[in-house]
Design a protein around this ligand. Structure first.
Ligand code: NAP
Ligand code: G4F
Length: 320
């Protein structure tokens, strides 16, 4: 089997590449050109991967990437994925995160209509939630340019499935974290900063809205769900989540507690981290995935905090 992964240099792309290699796949990563190579997350497996240079903004390069890799499965994980940046660059976010999906779908349709396609949809699409918990039938109400772009990509995936009979699935994944999470996302920002404070490398941590609640799972668990969706007889959309919501404040408390620190002494509010509008609460209902894919989350909230805190602490200590 051959797979083409867009966004292979990102958190999810790196775990998915490992997972597919373990299953015996030939894995092609689509990478965009940059002046400094950005392969940190895949350095340990780079010799086993094949790379095709392309950009989600460039239709012909995507066609060439599919021609060269001749994939049985395409995982479209590439996107501008950081919500606050989507207010600063709404048009570019629409291009990468929204239209980019159509470019990959169009290329796939023209090159090989039988290829299986996975779209990385997001719980951000639920935004100002219409019901609790959110499932595959919950109406969308996105609250950021990123969320709006993801809704577009989601419905294009559904539309190509229905219009062209393509095997196209959309995984509506709730927040998932890991030691490989980008430093600007709140979970990693907190665990990394707490570890720095413990080691005497920092003395405070500035955050925005501590009341927002998220359904946080472990990224490695969620990768398997992507693959399972493409192994079914029929293409469908699935919510992937833990079913538990925790506030940012709870994440902060748990992280500092892991290091025997009193979070109240170090955490301060900086209004510049507060968004024009926020998503107050996300909590998913994954019973469809459980029933049809046999998928269930394995790592609990406290285990996830511990995995990330321990990783960051050990990593920083080694650098000293
Ligand atoms: P990430 O770490 O930010 O990785 C994003 C990837 O997209 C990177 O490899 C990046 O490449 C690539 N990319 C960005 N713009 C591109 C372009 N124009 N052309 C080609 N590649 C481009 O994101 P992640 O956390 O792994 O998430 C993977 C996907 O799942 C994203 O689509 C995200 O929106 C979605 N999602 C994530 C979560 C979550 O909680 N993590 C939840 C729901 C959905 P560079 O390395 O070159 O920047
Ligand atoms: O970690 P975050 O930036 O993740 P957010 O906005 O939920 O988006 C992530 O999950 C989505 C799935 O629902 C993905 F689609 C998306 O690509 C991304 O992976 O923020 C989480 C919460 C927000 O409510 C934010 O206001 O944390 C709050 N927060 C409080 N202080 C902060 C901060 N977020 C960040 N990034 N930085 C802070 O200082």
């Amino acid at each position: 089997m051959r797979a083409l992964v867009t966004g292979i240099t990102g958190q999810d792309g790196s775990y998915l590449a490992e997972f597919l290699l373990d299953k015996g796949y030939e894995v092609y990563g689509m990478v965009r050109r940059s002046s400094v190579e950005n392969f940190n997350r895949i350095e340990h497996i780079r010799d086993k991967l094949k790379f095709v240079q392309a950009d989600l903004l460039d239709q012909l390069s995507i066609i060439d990437a599919i021609k060269e890799s001749r994939p049985d499965e395409i995982y479209n994980l590439g996107a501008m994925s950081f919500v606050p940046t989507s207010w600063k660059q709404p048009v570019l976010t629409g291009e990468f995160t929204g239209l980019g999906v159509t470019r990959v779908l169009e290329a796939a349709r023209h090159m090989n209509k039988n290829v299986k396609f996975y779209q990385a949809s997001s719980s951000e699409m639920f935004g100002k939630v219409r019901e609790i918990p959110q499932n595959e039938k919950t109406p969308f109400y996105p609250r950021s340019p990123y969320g709006v772009a993801k809704v577009y990509g989601h419905y294009m995936t559904v539309n190509y499935r229905e219009s062209y009979d393509m095997f196209a699935c959309s995984g509506i994944l709730f927040n998932h974290e890991s030691p490989r999470r980008g430093l600007e996302f709140v979970t990693k920002k907190v665990t990394y900063s707490a570890a720095k404070i413990k080691l005497g490398l920092a003395d405070s941590l500035y955050l925005g809205n501590l009341d927002a609640k998220r359904d946080w799972g472990y990224a490695e668990d969620y990768i398997e769900a992507m693959w399972l969706m493409l192994q079914q007889d029929t293409p469908e959309d699935y919510v992937i989540s833990t079913g538990e919501a925790h506030s940012v404040e709870e994440w902060v408390k748990a992280s500092f507690q892991c290091l025997d620190l009193d979070w109240g002494k170090y955490v301060k509010i900086d209004k510049s981290f507060i968004r024009p509008v926020d998503v107050d609460l996300l909590v998913g209902d994954s019973s469809k995935a459980e029933k049809k894919l046999g998928w269930k989350t394995k790592v609990s909230f406290n285990e996830l905090v511990k995995i990330m805190v321990e990783y960051d602490y050990n990593y920083l200590k080694k650098q000293m």
